[in-house]
Design a protein around this ligand. Structure first.
Ligand code: 5GP
Length: 204
C-alpha cells in the first residue's frame, strides 16, 4: 500500500510559509496538519482551521498522553502537532504538510528521518522586517522578537533538504509543488522490490 510522505515546512514568521502551504494543499491531495496552540486567536483566525486554541492545562494533558508528534515553545506560547491525524493521513496514502518551527522540525527529524525538510526564506532580512510590519499583527516588541527568532532559525538551514526563497509567491508555490512531485518519484526499497519482481516474473 502506498504511504504518504511527510513534508516539514519551516522558516521565519513572515517568510510566507502559511500561504505556500495553503496553495499547495489546494492544488494537491495533500493534508495540512492543524496544530494545537496556547496562544490567543488573531481576529481572522478560526478554531480548527488555523489552529485548535487550547489552554496550557489542556496542552500539558496532551503531552502526558503522548498525543504529539512534536511540540515546542515559540514566542512564549506552546505549539504542537497532534500525532493521530498525521498518522491516519499518511496511512491513507496522502502527503502531509507540517508548518512548524525549527525546534519541532528537529524533533520530527529525530523520530522520522524519512521526512522531507523544506525551509522557506524571504528574499532578504530587510524584506522579512517589511513583511512582518506590513502584516500588522505584531507590536514593536513582537516584531523584534520575531526578527531575533528568524536569526536563530536560519542557523538550522543545513539540516533541511530544500530551500525556497519566496520572492514571488506564484513561483514559490510552483517550486514547492516541484518538490512534492520529485519526491513522489523517489526510489524506495518497496518500489524497487516490486519492479524487480515484475521484471523477473513477466515475459518480455
Ligand atoms: P504563529 O503564532 O505566527 O502562527 O506561529 C509562530 C511559529 O510557530 C511559526 O514559526 C509556526 O511555524 C510555528 N508553529 C505553528 N504550529 C506549530 C507546531 O505545531 N509545532 C511547532 N513546533 N511550531 C509550530
Amino acid at each position: 500500500m502506498k504511504k504518504g510522505r511527510l513534508f516539514i515546512i519551516s522558516g521565519p514568521s513572515g517568510a510566507g510559509k502559511g500561504t505556500i502551504c495553503d496553495r499547495v494543499r489546494a492544488k494537491t491531495d495533500s493534508a495540512l496538519s492543524v496544530s494545537v496552540t496556547t496562544r490567543s486567536p488573531r481576529p481572522d483566525e478560526k478554531e480548527g482551521k488555523s489552529y485548535y486554541f487550547i489552554s496550557r492545562e489542556e496542552f500539558d494533558a496532551m503531552v502526558a498522553d503522548d498525543g504529539f508528534l512534536e511540540y515546542a515553545d515559540v514566542f512564549d506560547n506552546r505549539y504542537g502537532t497532534p500525532k493521530q491525524p498525521v498518522i491516519d493521513a499518511l496511512y491513507a496514502g496522502r502527503d502531509v504538510l507540517l508548518e512548524i518551527d525549527v525546534q519541532g522540525a528537529m524533533q520530527v527529524k529525530a523520530n522520522f528521518p524519512e521526512g522531507i525538510f523544506v525551509f522557506v526564506l524571504p528574499p532578504s532580512p530587510a524584506v522579512l522586517r517589511e513583511r512582518i510590519i506590513a502584516r500588522g499583527t505584531e507590536g514593536a516588541e513582537g516584531i523584534e522578537q520575531r526578527l531575533n527568532e528568524a536569526r536563530r532559525e536560519v542557523e538550522y538551514l543545513p539540516e533541511y533538504d530544500y530551500v525556497i526563497v519566496n520572492d514571488h509567491i506564484d513561483e514559490a508555490v510552483e517550486q514547492t509543488l516541484a518538490i512534492l512531485r520529485a519526491e513522489s518519484l523517489r526510489m524506495t526499497s518497496a518500489t524497487a522490490k516490486a519492479l524487480i519482481e515484475q521484471y523477473r516474473k513477466e515475459e518480455m
